[in-house]
Design a protein around this ligand. Structure first.
Ligand code: ADP
Ligand code: MG
Length: 755
């Protein structure tokens, strides 16, 4: 039998590690090489334009369209010096991933381009002016105008929009986001953009993300005014940790399920001793090292501040994390990194698996979102300070974060679920499917203390350095970093919260939009209540403490430091009123909870119409994902598994027949009893698989007839998914008994240990 599996395994062994030459420059020198950053803006833009751009980036000034031409000219000049010929608006539609439409700089020369820019005060180079004059209406020139930079109308009818564009307006626009600098990838200038409908509804992740960042800024700056008088802006920080698997490209291509769905739909766990004994471990040249080296170089060039590290959790699983950055930029950098990873991996003969659960029974991949707020004066608001005042500020931001998570635990879960991450969520090694927050011993004691203290007892005015709060832990608070709970979905880790539930393939923006908006709401609500108390005559500190005391009591149910996987916790969480739903399509419903709509609308992040439309997309994506998986699984079962199992069965039958010829019937029967059992088991299992595949098809057919996409998604979850699990149980059992040499799909041990 011509078995692709053994061919690709043999080829994988022959592959050698690539040589990755060390760049001649130091990392600090090639860092940001391909980004039109401030240094380049300074060099390529007229002084006044440069100043305006800084204003836009640092102080949220709105972009004056009249400078766009000058900015575009500067960008083009810089890009052309790098050999760039194309530009693209780079945006983040609701499918995970990025979209781009490349256009060339070249245009028919109508003589206008250069002279227009000159009038706008841009520095167009003289060669271009000369070309424009002499070749008037002649050949081609490279142009890039402000208009093209600022706005485009991609033919985007194929991007998911949940009916917004069909119902309201056919067109969608991409519009430049000047807060995320343009960058060059290969021969293309990439312009980060938002993607919105003609009527203004967001069709992407970036537009609501920017709105949520603005909402946090507004609310947090107002709260800061209770503690500081010089804070004018609060920014959100995000440091993501990206987990992923690498699989040899040949082996990958011999697994139709990986190829089509990003995960293995079947495959028996490899036994431990089998792994240890396997002859080829250790003899495979390590091809991963040069991959990570090359990836780090490729990431630093467009200014993704990655720090080298490649710790493995599961076999062939790795992680990469940058130094944290402003949230919008961090999101863009994560999107860019994911696409770079895929490209670099292929050069090294690998495929990157970003799926949250590529292998059953093996650790899945997540994308921890380390999140905090900081001020334009350099204060990290989620970190303790040196004075009692500062620590009160610290406690304020901690407690209001907990309030945000408490009020919107279901929504936060909705922000991270998808058909792909559903396999990981709640699995034993991944975050539990209940959102709760871990604070550690010290912070827990502090909040308990504040909760139970009386106002009088709390205040102890000690002349010297103003007011001191008589909480033993407060004045010199150093929050214990080592006190960690690795399984908590939302853990405090010293200077930030770590939202551990987002999936490895997801756009971080989804989780960040929900978290930022919830935080903005909590902070605005806090400020309103403190202000009311101050207006009623309370002093500032006691007003703050009063409100905090209330909130500490209110949000207590969200605090949980124990084992999130225990059955007791599920019961306890339900008693506490936390969301314990596990079905992905139902979790998504939380976006339309009245509290969620109210929260998104009050923070001006999204309106009901946008939320409803986006949910349509989520349910649609869920259905499509499961649908494709079900088809692939059905095909694999019928075209790979059953033929192989039947082939094996025939071999066994031949053997039994042979035994009967050689031995007396009694003896033959005794000696063949094991084979007889196997023949029977194969027959039973293949029969069951055939029946289940039929039932799977029927379940899909029934579900597909349901007109509401919401109901259809629920039906897929409730009836299609369980059938897939049942088929898998049977095929995995067959994998264990069928002769290894006949099995056509690369096995887990090969996928996970060859590199
Ligand atoms: P871990 O201990 O979880 O492995 P690290 O200390 O390496 O994590 O940090 C993980 C990520 O968290 C990094 O991207 C890091 O820059 C980021 N990070 C650290 N401090 C903060 C903070 N205050 N706010 C946001 N992100 C942070
Ligand atoms: Mg971490």
């Amino acid at each position: 039998m011509n078995n692709l599996r053994f061919q690709v395994v043999a080829e994988a062994f022959k592959k050698h590690a690539l040589d990755v030459a060390a760049p001649s420059e130091r990392p600090s020198e090639y860092f940001s090489k391909y980004v039109f950053d401030r240094k380049k803006m300074h060099k390529y833009l007229p002084a006044s334009v440069y100043q305006q751009m800084i204003d836009v980036m640092d102080h949220g000034a709105s972009l004056d369209r009249s400078i766009a031409d000058a900015v575009a000219a500067g960008m083009k000049q810089w890009a052309q010096e790098l050999g760039v010929t194309h530009y693209t608006h780079w945006f983040q539609p609701l499918t995970e991933g990025t979209a781009e439409k490349h256009d060339a700089f070249v245009e028919w020369d109508d003589g206008k381009a250069a002279s227009e820019r000159e009038q706008n005060g841009a520095r167009s180079d003289s060669a271009e002016r000369e070309q424009a004059r002499t070749k008037f209406k002649g050949g081609m020139i490279e142009t890039f105008s402000g208009k093209l930079l600022v706005q485009q109308e991609p033919d985007a009818s194929s991007f998911p929009n949940g009916g917004i564009r069909n119902t309201f307006e056919a067109r969608g626009y991409s519009a430049w986001d000047p807060t995320s600098p343009v960058f060059v990838i290969d021969d293309t200038l990439c312009i980060p953009t938002i993607f919105i409908a003609y009527t203004g509804e967001a069709l992407d992740y970036k537009a609501p993300l920017l709105r949520s960042l603005h909402a946090v800024d507004r609310a947090a700056t107002a709260v800061c005014s209770l503690f500081y008088d010089d804070v004018t802006k609060v920014q959100v920080n995000l440091g993501w940790e990206q987990e992923y698997f690498l699989v040899d490209e040949g082996l990958y291509s011999a697994r139709p399920d990986l190829l089509m769905t990003g995960r293995t739909l079947m495959g028996h766990e490899s036994a431990k001793n089998q792994q240890m004994d396997d002859h080829y471990f250790g003899t495979i040249p390590d091809r991963v090292q040069p991959f990570t080296k090359a990836l780090e170089i490729r990431a630093l060039e467009p200014a993704i501040p990655v720090k080298p590290r490649h710790n493995e959790v599961a076999p062939n699983q790795f992680e990469l994390a940058p130094i944290y950055e402003e949230c919008n930029l961090a999101v863009d950098h994560n999107m860019l990194l994911m696409s770079l990873m895929k490209r670099v991996a292929r050069k090294h003969g690998f495929r990157v698996l970003l799926h949250e659960k590529p292998f059953d029974g093996i650790n899945g991949s997540g994308k921890h979102n380390n999140w905090s707020l900081s001020t334009d004066t350099g204060v990290l608001l989620h970190a303790p300070g040196k004075t009692p005042e500062e620590n009160l500020r610290f406690v304020t931001f901690i407690v209001e974060t907990l309030m945000a998570v408490y009020r919107h635990d279901g929504l936060l879960k909705a922000s991270i679920v998808s058909a792909t991450t559903a396999h990981r969520l709640g699995g034993n090694e991944a975050p539990p499917a209940i959102i709760s927050s871990f604070l550690g011993k010290q912070l827990t004691e502090l909040l308990d203390h504040i909760e139970h203290s009386q106002n009088d007892e709390l205040f102890n005015l000690k002349g010297k350095r103003g007011m001191q709060i008589d909480i033993p832990q407060i004045p010199d608070l150093i929050i214990d970093n080592t006190d960690r709970n690795r399984t908590s979905p939302f853990a405090f880790t010293g200077t930030r919260f770590e939202f551990r539930a987002p999936g490895s393939s997801a756009n971080c923006a989804s989780a960040m939009i929900a978290l930022n908006s919830a935080m903005a709401e909590a902070l605005a609500d806090f400020k309103r209540r403190v202000d009311a108390k101050i207006a009623a005559g309370d002093n500032r500190i006691s007003a703050i403490l009063d409100v905090l005391r209330d909130d500490i009591k209110t949000c207590k149910p969200i605090r949980f430091d124990g084992n999130g996987y225990s059955d007791e916790w599920v019961l306890e969480a339900a008693r506490r009123g936390l969301d314990v739903e596990k079905s992905c399509p139902r979790i998504i419903e939380h976006y339309l909870d009245p509290e969620s709509v109210q929260m998104f609308e009050s923070t001006k992040v999204m309106n009901r119409k946008e939320l409803a439309a986006r949910n349509e997309v989520k349910w649609e994506t869920y259905v499509k994902t499961v649908q494709i998986e079900a088809r692939v699984l059905g095909d694999l079962a019928m075209n790979h598994i059953i033929p192989v199992a039947t082939h094996y069965q025939s071999k066994l039958i031949k053997n039994v027949q042979g035994m009967n010829e050689v031995f007396t019937p009694d003896r033959a029967q005794r000696l063949s009893s094991r084979n007889m059992k196997l023949i029977e088991e194969v027959a039973e299992r293949t029969e069951t698989i055939e029946r289940l595949v039929e039932e799977l098809t029927d379940a899909r057919r029934v579900a597909n007839r349901i007109p509401s996409i919401h109901e259809r998604a629920i039906q897929y979850h409730d009836t299609v998914c369980p059938k897939m699990d049942a088929i898998r149980r049977e095929t995995d059992k067959l994998e264990l008994i069928v002769e290894d040499g006949l099995w056509t799909l690369p096995k887990y041990r090969e996928l996970l240990f060859i590199r």
